[in-house]
Design a protein around this ligand. Structure first.
Ligand code: SF4
Length: 336
């Protein structure tokens, strides 16, 4: 059964020229879901004109389109290249979500049906660089969520499984990985399970999977032969953050497969928060926990804030110590 059933589907007419587009179009039409034709997935007039309060309603929509820009861009953190892949946006509503800064109230889930063109872009890049590199396929969405609708993550994993010199990577806050366990990954895919303390997941990461379910998903993927990492993201420095994150790391340490703990890698990402988040949260998600504490943060680029350097440095030391204590064999790939 689908994890996410949209209330309305907005679609570019040309999607039916693609197998996946046709399949999705027929599926939702047969479910009697309202189907609304649109010209361009990124430029929907009635959504642009709607008040910001409609954010939550729009999150229940699904947009089907064709991705035009297929240019890979370089990256220096979790991957060597970012691949513009099969989705953008998300049905969840994490109150700090970076997508809101880019798409504002249009950060609902969009699925692009021209997946062959995307994997061909990757193949061209592999040929061009000629050495082993890591390719991030989930930088603008959550691929595990998308996979419940399209099967595209399993498909991508099997595509990468046949490639030389390429590792595919993605981070997720969802636990629906069962479909991926028998994929022929050939050791060419790694998953980063994104975690936060339960309190933050419940209050802030609205619509995502529980921490225990994410931990189980990490174990399942490891048992299926995938390389697995933990992405602590975003780190939110609420008043009792030390206790919350210590308890979370203890929970991870107690419940992750001991073999996985030996090869684990961590990524630590401090929260960035935008005016756009503040605007949407204040009108569309009234009463949610406010994670934007201005006195702890400083400007970071246009309309965005990050934690003050001193606070971040102290927190980074705390996290390094904790990880060293609970995961003596693990590595920390980066802290940003
Ligand atoms: S799960 Fe990721 S993409 Fe979805 S709302 Fe949360 S931060 Fe945004």
């Amino acid at each position: 059964m689908d994890y996410f059933i949209p209330e309305k589907v907005l679609y570019e007419k040309k999607i039916i020229e693609y197998d996946l587009g046709k399949k999705l179009f027929e599926r939702y039409k047969n479910m009697d879901i309202e189907m609304i034709p649109i010209e361009k997935h990124h430029d929907v007039e009635f959504i642009k004109k709607a008040p910001d309060e409609k954010f939550v309603e729009f999150k229940k929509y699904l947009v089907l389109g064709i991705r035009k820009s297929l240019q890979l861009s370089p990256n220096k953190l979790s991957a060597d290249f970012i691949v513009p892949f099969t989705s953008s946006g998300c049905s969840a509503m994490c109150t700090y979500c970076y997508l809101v800064c880019n798409f504002f109230k249009g950060s609902y889930l969009r699925i692009f049906v021209n997946r062959d063109e995307m994997i061909n872009s990757v193949k061209r890049k592999i040929k061009q660089v000629g050495e082993k590199k890591i390719y991030e396929i989930g930088s603008t969405s959550d691929m595990v969520l998308e996979n419940t609708i399209t099967g595209n993550l399993k498909w991508a994993i099997e595509q990468f499984g046949q490639l030389e010199n390429a590792t595919c990577t993605f981070a997720t806050k969802f636990s629906m990985v069962d479909d991926l366990l028998d994929a022929k990954h050939n050791g060419n895919t790694q998953m980063r399970i994104s975690v936060n303390p339960d309190y933050i997941i419940k209050k802030v990461e609205i619509g995502t999977s529980k921490l225990t379910d994410r931990i189980n998903a990490a174990n399942k993927m490891f048992n299926a032969g995938y390389r697995v990492g933990v992405n602590i993201a975003p780190i939110i420095l609420l008043d009792n953050w030390q206790d919350m994150y210590r308890e979370m790391l203890e929970q991870l340490s107690n419940n992750l497969n001991p073999q996985l703990k030996k090869q684990l890698f961590f990524e630590l990402i401090f929260m960035t928060y935008g005016y756009a988040n503040d605007t949407i949260n204040s009108v569309a998600l009234k009463g949610v926990l406010n994670v934007f504490e201005r006195d702890k943060m400083c400007p970071k680029g246009r309309g965005k804030f990050c934690y003050d350097l001193n606070l971040r440095e102290d927190a980074a030391i705390y996290f390094k110590d904790l990880i060293g204590h609970y995961f003596p064999d693990a590595t920390i790939s980066y802290i940003v």
